[in-house]
Structures are given as structure tokens and as C-alpha cells.
Design a protein around this ligand. Structure first.
Ligand code: TRP
Ligand code: ZN
Ligand code: CA
Length: 433
């Protein structure tokens, strides 16, 4: 008999388990384990835009690829990230005979095999300072990265941020980044989030219609603040997410509209006027005056929400226990036996500190080989004929199970390798921290 009884340690949870019928069902709560994303201060994002405007003004009025204003923009963003504790890398490439630059910033920690990435292009066109296109995305991603540092956030996934060069010349920088990523590194990217034009002066609220999980995460945020969204249709593939999507990486992103005209239905929905979402698109008037603060604020908070939600890696409340209390007798000097616990309702991988509770009643523990077997068959040794003539193994082992998918049938495997003494598995439980 194998009965997995997911149970929680609190009294409330015990009642919930009773309500579910006691023996079946998963934990019912939505996502209390994921830390809430912080509110991204609009004033900070706007200060970054003011600084990018000053950089353009001091460098001939733009921040375009191959111009001094671009490299000054890279230096500006990099200095903030370095000061906050990021590991930054400037990647160079060549386009149109000029050196281009991508900036990559890694937040130390998290699962190196599951990388969540967010990025935006940092270059402008030559005709203007590029504050909405794309100071807005660049500043919001920067401020979200700084908020990660301020919070001391330790997500399950590894976080990486990117600022791309030469997007305006055909996604050149992001294409270069993806092309030079070894396929083993590409495979670790669990998602790429793109932000290009998120403060348009006559804004719409557009969500990219790509990876469903990413799309839903953004839509949920806007639904929560009562702002209607639409699917982005003003040119799929017109920004850096296309470089990632083309090699099979799940992508998503936000957009508030470029030169297309807002329809009357959209004016009804979002306010504003039936004119271009951004009348200064690719023009000299794309300055700090060309920003809608409300749109910039909402989109910045949506970025933080998505990064926090998608990097948490688990939706299991802390202390969730899955256990099997059924006794399994261990034959003397015989074949291995197992007790199974079925883990359900956990998103992503198991934790690096999975608590494995073992309760084996036996008259000579030195007979016993005890392993944890993950759903895919991977074996983690817990005890190998250790402890000599002592009896029983009643112990909680901490196992780094972060390379295992959490959901599935986990087994405690016990084999008695010497004759005379006998016993049984009394209890086997897994606690998700
Ligand atoms: N940087 C893009 C461009 O100049 C802006 C843009 C247009 C865009 N349509 C888009 C960005 C759709 C994202 C999605 O073409
Ligand atoms: Zn752009
Ligand atoms: Ca024995």
C-alpha cells in the first residue's frame, strides 16, 4: 500500500487537508511562497531617463550605435549595476564598421541551469535621444535590477539582464549575443523578457503573444490593477525578443505602441487620443517630454512582478510535507523494497535543501543500504550500512535535489544486506523548505 498524504504543518492546513478528504489532493493555496515583487519607484526610473537625456544632449543629441552617446549610455548603466553587486560583462561586436556594445549583468546565485533573462535595447536612432525608444525599457529594466539588489532577492532561478546595442540597425546586438551563446547555455535560458517602448506618450498596454506562461504572468499583473491589455500586433519580430525566439527560447514582453494610430475603441479603453501612440517615434522630439508617467510606472511594476514570479521556481508554501506513513517490511538479507511519496502541484525543480525524513525500525542498522530515488530514477545515497550495531534509522537528511523535477513519484529504497536482523520502513517524508 502506497499512500502519499500531502499535509501542511499548520492547523489551518490540517483543516484544509480534512476538507480535501484527508488522503488526496495537493496544497490548495495559490502562491504564498513567492515573495511579492516590490513597487518600482517611478522617480528612480525617471531619473535614469533624465540621465540618458543628458548623455544624448552632451553627445550630439543621440545615443546611436557608433556614436559617443551610445558608449556613454553603456558606461552609465554598467556603473549602477557594478555598484549594486552585479557581475557585468561588456560584449563587443562590429556593425557598419563601428564597434557595438552589449551589456550583460548577472545577479549572483540561483540555479545556473535555469536562467531567467530580461533585456532592452539601449541604442537610439541618430535623429534623437531615444527616451521612449528605448530609454524607457532600458531604465525600467535597470531599476528592476537595482530593486533585486536592494531586496537581496534570492530567487530559485538565476537572473540575467541585458542591454543591447544596434537594435535600430536590425537587432544586431541581440542577434550577436544569441549567436555566440553555446547551445548548452541557450538551453539553460528558461525565458527572455523584452521591453522596448514602454512609456509611449499616448499609451496602449500591449503584451507579446508568445510564451503562454510569460504572457499570462503579465496579463495577471494588469488584471490585478484593473488595466485592460491587448495582444501586441505592431510588428512581431521588430525587437530583440525575435533574436531569442528564433533559437527556440520562450519569450515575452511589453509595449505601449509606436507610430500606429490609436483606434477609437482603444481610446475608449485606455483614454488618450486617436493619434499615434508615439508621435515622436524615431524623431528628435523623443525626449524626456515624450513619456507618459502612468504607463512607465505600470510597466515598470509589471516587469518586477514578472521577474519575481517567473524566477521563484516554486509555488509550494514553505513547510509543505508529502509523506507515506504505510509500513513496508524489509526482508532479511533480501531484495530492496520501496516506500513511495507522490509529489504534486510543485512548479519547477526540487530545492537544493530537500528535507528527507527517514524512519526505519530495525534491529541492526549496519545491515541497511538506504537511498532516495528521484522520479527520473536518479539515486541519492542516504545511508550505506553505516552506524554498525545501533538499531533504527530515524533521521532527516538534507539532499540537494535541485537538478530534479519536483513533481512525481519519489522513493525511499531500503535493502537489508546481511542476515539475522530485520525491520520495516515506518515513515518516509519529503519536506519542501
Ligand atoms: N524598436 C522598435 C522599432 O523601431 C519599436 C517597435 C515597433 C516595437 N514595433 C514594435 C517594439 C513591436 C516591440 C514590439 O521597430
Ligand atoms: Zn526600440
Ligand atoms: Ca538483516
Amino acid at each position: 500500500m502506497n499512500i502519499s498524504v500531502p499535509r501542511r504543518v499548520t492547523a489551518v492546513a490540517a483543516l484544509a487537508a480534512l476538507a480535501l478528504g484527508g488522503l488526496t489532493g495537493t496544497t490548495a493555496s495559490a502562491n504564498p511562497a513567492a515573495a511579492a515583487a516590490p513597487d518600482i519607484p517611478l522617480a528612480n526610473v525617471k531619473q535614469h531617463l533624465t540621465d540618458l537625456q543628458s548623455i544624448a544632449t552632451a553627445n550630439g543629441g543621440n545615443r546611436a550605435h557608433g556614436r559617443t552617446g551610445y558608449k556613454a549610455s553603456i558606461d552609465f548603466v554598467k556603473a549602477k549595476l557594478d555598484a549594486a553587486g552585479y557581475t557585468t560583462t561588456v560584449q563587443t561586436f562590429t556593425s557598419g564598421g563601428s564597434t557595438g556594445y552589449n551589456l550583460i549583468a548577472d545577479w549572483p546565485g540561483g540555479d545556473p541551469n535555469q536562467v531567467l533573462m530580461a533585456g532592452s535595447h539601449l541604442d537610439s536612432v541618430t535623429s534623437g535621444p531615444g527616451i521612449n525608444d528605448n530609454g524607457s525599457g532600458s531604465a525600467a529594466v535597470l531599476e528592476t535590477a537595482l530593486a533585486v539588489a536592494r531586496a537581496g532577492y534570492q530567487p530559485s532561478k538565476h537572473l540575467r539582464f541585458g542591454w543591447w546595442g544596434a537594435e535600430e540597425l536590425g537587432l544586431v546586438g541581440s542577434k550577436y549575443y544569441v549567436a555566440q551563446l553555446p547551445s548548452t547555455e541557450r538551453a539553460k535560458l528558461s525565458g527572455y523578457l523584452n521591453f522596448d517602448m514602454i512609456g509611449s506618450p499616448n499609451p496602449g498596454y500591449f503584451v507579446y503573444d508568445d510564451d503562454p506562461t510569460i504572457e499570462t504572468t503579465f496579463k495577471n499583473y494588469f488584471a490585478g490593477i484593473g488595466v485592460p491589455t491587448e495582444i501586441e500586433t505592431e510588428g512581431d519580430g521588430r525587437s530583440d525578443h525575435a533574436s531569442f525566439k528564433n533559437v527556440g527560447i520562450p519569450v515575452g514582453g511589453l509595449f505601449t505602441g509606436a507610430s500606429r494610430v490609436k483606434s477609437s475603441a482603444q481610446v475608449q479603453k485606455w483614454g488618450g487620443t486617436a493619434t499615434a501612440f508615439d508621435r515622436c517615434y524615431h524623431s528628435s522630439c523623443d525626449t524626456t517630454s515624450n513619456i507618459n508617467d502612468t504607463a512607465l510606472d505600470r510597466n515598470s511594476d509589471a516587469i518586477a512582478h514578472a521577474i519575481w514570479t517567473l524566477s521563484a521556481g516554486t509555488t509550494t508554501p514553505p513547510g509543505t510535507v508529502f509523506e507515506n506513513t504505510a509500513d513496508v517490511s524489509v526482508p532479511d538479507n533480501g531484495a530492496a523494497v520501496t516506500s513511495t511519496v507522490n509529489v504534486t502541484g510543485v512548479t519547477g525543480n526540487a530545492p537544493s535543501n530537500l528535507a528527507v525524513g527517514v524512519d526505519i525500525v530495525h534491529t541492526y542498522r549496519g545491515d541497511l543500504v538506504v537511498d532516495l530515488v528521484a522520479p527520473d530514477g536518479s539515486v541519492y545515497s542516504l545511508s550505506n550500512r553505516s552506524g554498525g550495531s545501533a538499531d533504527n534509522i530515524v533521521q532527516t537528511f538534507t539532499v540537494n535535489a535541485s537538478s530534479e523535477v519536483a513533481n512525481g513519484a519519489w522513493k525511499l529504497r531500503v535493502q537489508d544486506k546481511a542476515s539475522a536482523d530485520t525491520g520495516y520502513i515506518n515513515n518516509f517524508k519529503l519536506t519542501f523548505p
